[in-house]
Design a protein around this ligand. Structure first.
Ligand code: HEM
Ligand code: HEM
Length: 187
């Protein structure tokens, strides 16, 4: 029987959504670090633009990941590569689900913190609907959790990237090929 090579990789939609998420995180995470680091040191216009870009991209990430998650729960993942030992597969699976949870919770936390801060317009015109009375104290507390969770996500992404590189460069198996943009078998 001829093996279907597509059965070994994530679907095109799953791969597209994965790399779209990567791109958006690679833009918004550095913006988060720059905007807080340069706060008060740059003009209000530049600072405001950085903050609002971070917020807008964060909201977009929420919708992209929510769509991705629903699709993932419906479609599932390709069967694990035979070269990956069960314990390693379990660790990878756990990392993936924690990343999904953070990718959903971080934007929700940022959005709620912003609601309590009382600020509801992006770039001075794009309204984010507000449902609560402003509470600066609570807003700061939620933002500190948002920040911690953001750094946890960055650490997990670094681990995830290192694992992908280890599979590609040392073990030379097809794990990276499962998520590679083209359907070429990298194994
Ligand atoms: C996956 C999406 C997001 C990631 C990875 C993320 C990550 C981060 C990180 C790491 C920080 C801390 C930066 C630092 O203090 O060095 C931060 C701060 C902040 N984030 Fe997000 N964020 C996301 C989404 C959002 C959303 C959706 C909003 C609001 C709608 C938001 C609003 C903010 C604000 C206002 C701050 C500054 C808080 C402060 O000054 O204490 N973020 N974000
Ligand atoms: C912001 C950065 C990233 C995030 C948030 C992220 C998130 C994820 C998530 C949640 C999964 C699980 C997919 C699923 O089963 O539904 C996944 C899989 C995968 N990612 Fe990433 N990823 C990131 C960056 C990268 C990078 C830079 C690489 C490679 C250079 C990579 C390679 C892979 C591979 C190969 C898989 C499939 C693993 C397997 O089949 O066991 N990812 N990623």
């Amino acid at each position: 029987m001829i093996e279907d090579p597509n059965a070994r990789v994530y679907s095109l939609a799953q791969r597209t959504l994965h790399w779209l998420t990567v791109l958006l995180i690679l833009i918004t995470a550095p913006i988060a670090l720059i905007m807080t680091d340069t706060f008060g040191k740059v003009s209000d216009a530049v600072g405001g633009f950085l903050y609002d870009s971070h917020k807008l991209i964060g909201v977009i990430i929420f919708f992209v990941v929510a769509a991705r998650l629903i699709y993932r729960l419906k479609r599932g993942a390709p069967p694990q590569e035979p070269t990956v030992p069960p314990l390693q597969a379990l660790a990878a699976e756990l990392t993936h689900w924690v990343m999904y949870a953070l990718l959903i919770m971080i934007p929700i936390g940022g959005y709620i913190a912003l609601q309590y801060y009382g600020e509801i317009k992006l770039f001075g015109w794009l309204p984010l609907p507000s449902f609560v009375e402003p509470n600066k104290n609570l807003s700061e507390k939620i933002f500190s959790i948002h920040k911690l969770a953001g750094f946890a996500l960055i650490a997990l992404v670094a681990l995830h990237f290192s694992a992908a590189m280890f599979h590609r460069l040392v073990l030379k198996d097809n794990v990276l090929g499962r998520m590679w943009p083209s359907q070429k078998n990298l194994g």
